[in-house]
Design a protein around this ligand. Sequence first.
Ligand code: GAL
Length: 731
Amino acid sequence: MKSFRQLIMLLLLLGGFLTEQPVTQASAQEPTGTAIADMQMLNWQEKMPGVWSAVIGKPEELTYLSFAGGPPRISALEKMPTQKFPLSQQDCRGLIVNNRAVIRIPLTPAEKLYGLGLQFEGLNRRGRVFHLRVDHYSRGQERTHAPVPFYISSLGYGVLFNSARFMSIYAGVGNRKDSPNLPTIRDRNTNRNWQAQPDSDAVETCVIAEGMEVLVFAGPTPLDVVRRYNLYCGGGCLPPKWGLGFWHRMRTNATDQEVQNEVAQFNQRRFPLDVIGLEPGWHSKSYPCTYAWNEKNFPQPAAFLKSMQEQGIYINLWENPYVSPDASFYNIIKPFCGSHMVWLGMVPDYTLAPAREILTSHHGKNHLTLGVSGYKIDEVDGFDNWLWPDHAVFPSGTSAEQMRQTYGLQWQKMLTALFRKRNQRTFGQIRASNAAASAYPFVIYSDHYDHQGFVTALVNSGFAGVLWAPEIRNAKSSTEWVRRMQSVCFSHLTQLNGWANNTKPWSFLEVEDEIREVTQLRTRLLPYLYTAYAKYHFEGTPPIRAMVLEPGYHPQETVKAGELDDVNNPYAMAIRKDVTDQFMMGDCLLVAPIFTGQKNRSVILPQGKWFDFYTGDYAGSAEVITVEPPLSKIPLFVKNGGIIPMIEPANRISKLKPPVKLIVRHYGTNPGQSQLYDDDGLTFDYEQGNYCWHNLEVTKNATSELTGNHKMQSGTWKITYSPISWKFMTK
Ligand code: GAL
């Protein structure tokens, strides 16, 4: 006999069957929003030459572009080649569905995609899904310190999804059922070419929001795309000259006397030193922070800073944003803070002007007027278990999610404005950033400690309008110490971070000379590097760039006769892969770091001849070479006709007073032409024309003799360098 429960179930089922509707025409119809045809065609407006914008739905007020960045550098954008809209307008579509704003941008089969922020793995982003969210990077995660939602296509256009939300980007992943370009279905039973992930013909992006803006940047080359993006965001930052020197961070809890001793040791050992960073311990309390001097460690901060200034040393202060109840401004900032605390400190909402005013007036009065040159803003990125939760509430009404995506930008914006008010340039560090940050003078860093990942991030930073520097703290061997230090010297910020281990550049005594040599080389390159940053600022060209952005890297005819394999076509094979371990720095220098455990490495030299930086000897052209450099040398190559202006070794950039002797190196057999930028290196007076560009030119006469000339081109600044002599490196 059936139980009572079974009987009820039977009745319910029967009822369901009897009430079920017959299948009608209407219910078989596809719901709207599932076909490409249902998606709205985007309506593009040209905002600036070669930059178009379109929206879907109602975009929010707080976006990366509305919040961050400087005014677009219009005159530089106008000088770029005129371009038509680079995509098929018909195929750029958008849709609001399931509380999401969705944008679809078409892709063609062979296209590669670069960018999507500060990534530590690979170069080509096609074929992966990115859940972009600010976080401290951990291996294998797509969360990163700067998840910039901007990509560059190998076909020479770029796309920025301008929403300050957590964002999912399906970069050539997923196929719509009505796509006109679906790949052929292959039968896995019989076809060996069956793919677990069939190619897709679009990038689809979504955010949980009522709308989103999308921008397209024209080329024609991928480098032009990056340049347009940077110029649109205000141009790259121009660091003060001292920022390009050597930085050293003290151990936590160091005292003023220890700093003095450390500086004295740098002097004795003849190591360059420009900036000292103070770590936790300079505040009276940290985690959460008071932002007030610790009287025990720094009893007389004003006298300490004055003494540092006299010695030509700039002081950078570590901080995190979380305000201690013992901070002097705790009570007045409290109403402008979020619902949740971090390390039991308040989290101010710096989208609000009064909160910014409270912090900057405190910093101005207690730090900047005493001589502090900048900050390292720590822990603005994550991890999840440290930061505020996604449901936290902030007084401006900014969501916790938007707060997380923009908190690093908020700090950069606030501090940049503070220094600018004093007509003083700063250069600092930040652990989170995002889109539209090109103009901010901050370099991203990480606790992550993988040498190869560091260099990959350096290469990728050039696609994202951010600066990044590998960390050096310690090493397991003296060889590793040298190789890491060399990479740091060829990055955006040359710093030894001794906070945890109290390490010094000479901590491995047996390689003291090698370390001195490379840190001095960094300083000697100052005129070359400073010019590279001026080009970042005025022209948008990233000072450190991936090889794929280098002309001559992808020559038309890469495949020579024979099979496409490593034996017959090593160059064509090498450039097919993601090249993450070598890059361009400035106009003409190719850097190929050596990693721990490597004795030699292969280097891809693009078309055109390349020469060894140290000897001037010919190294190769459109080929893959193997190098086995001595420990003291990081492999460096210069393009044919390359010109590199350098100074003599100098232990303090701030002590370089005109006239400073300049040696201009020329490499190869071709004539060459290059520019040299100069200004006071400290203020914003260059914005009023107080700078100069000099033309450096090498000509060749009938008997192939090379001669170097320099000529002032523009500006009013009297160049720091004199005399200017030439050195022809290639014999
Ligand atoms: C870490 C930071 C380090 C160091 C340390 C001090 O979060 O990444 O560079 O500053 O804090 O506590």
